[in-house]
Design a protein around this ligand. Structure first.
Ligand SMILES: [Zn+2]
Length: 210
């Protein structure tokens, strides 16, 4: 009978969902240690764990929304999408060094973009299936802050684009004593005017959210 069959299906689906939820609830500490998983690096020794209230007290509402609630700032509105000074970008929540200006590039997407992290082990990644998309979320490996996403449309040599929310970062300019010489000029490819020309010549190519 049709009705019975459907009832069974519903029942089964409900059971499966329940089982999944329960499995996630009672997730064991970390049973996978022998294999050393390559992508997800949640095994930093000095992990920082705070309550929701503690994070809320520590961060601005915008920083809290983005880092602790997986939010996204609007394109071209963040503090660092167009920053070109040399320096280090730290996690706004815990101060861990995450990205370097050496690996920052102008992707045209309106968010700070890097083709590699400062240290791979300072980042964790996770599968993100929100908004009907399959994306790879990027998190701070020490405090679990949501930073943005990583895409595979970046420049060589990695081919990656770490698309990161400015609000998740804290920029620490390098007080370079000798800015002379062509040594520290990673971005002179398409910029003839220095400083006061924030307008990208073309239209944004990849408006994918971080
Ligand atoms: Zn952090």
């Amino acid at each position: 009978m049709k009705f019975t069959g459907r009832t069974w299906l519903v029942l089964l689906a409900g059971l499966a969902a329940g089982a999944t939820l329960r499995a996630e609830d009672t997730r064991p500490a970390e049973p996978a240690k022998a294999k050393s998983p390559p992508a997800t690096t949640w095994n930093m020794k000095d992990k920082i764990v705070k309550t929701d209230a503690e994070w809320r007290a520590l961060l601005t509402p915008e920083q809290y929304r983005i880092t602790r609630q997986k939010g996204t700032e609007r394109a071209f509105t963040g503090a660092y999408w167009n920053t070109k000074q040399p320096g280090v970008y730290r996690c706004v929540c815990c101060g861990l060094e995450l990205f370097s200006s050496d690996h920052k590039y102008d992707s045209g997407c309106g968010w700070p973009s890097y083709w590699q992290p400062l240290k791979a082990e300072h980042l964790a990644t996770a599968e993100d299936r929100s908004w009907n998309m399959l994306r790879t979320e990027v998190l701070c490996a020490r405090c679990g802050a949501h930073l943005g996403h990583v895409f595979d449309d970046g420049p060589q040599p990695t081919g990656l684009r770490y698309c990161i929310n400015s609000a998740a970062l804290k920029f620490e300019p390098k007080n370079a004593p000798a800015p002379s010489g062509p040594k520290t000029g990673p971005e002179k490819a398409g910029s003839d005017k220095t400083g006061s020309a924030p307008e990208a010549p073309g239209e944004p190519k990849k408006p994918a959210a971080p």
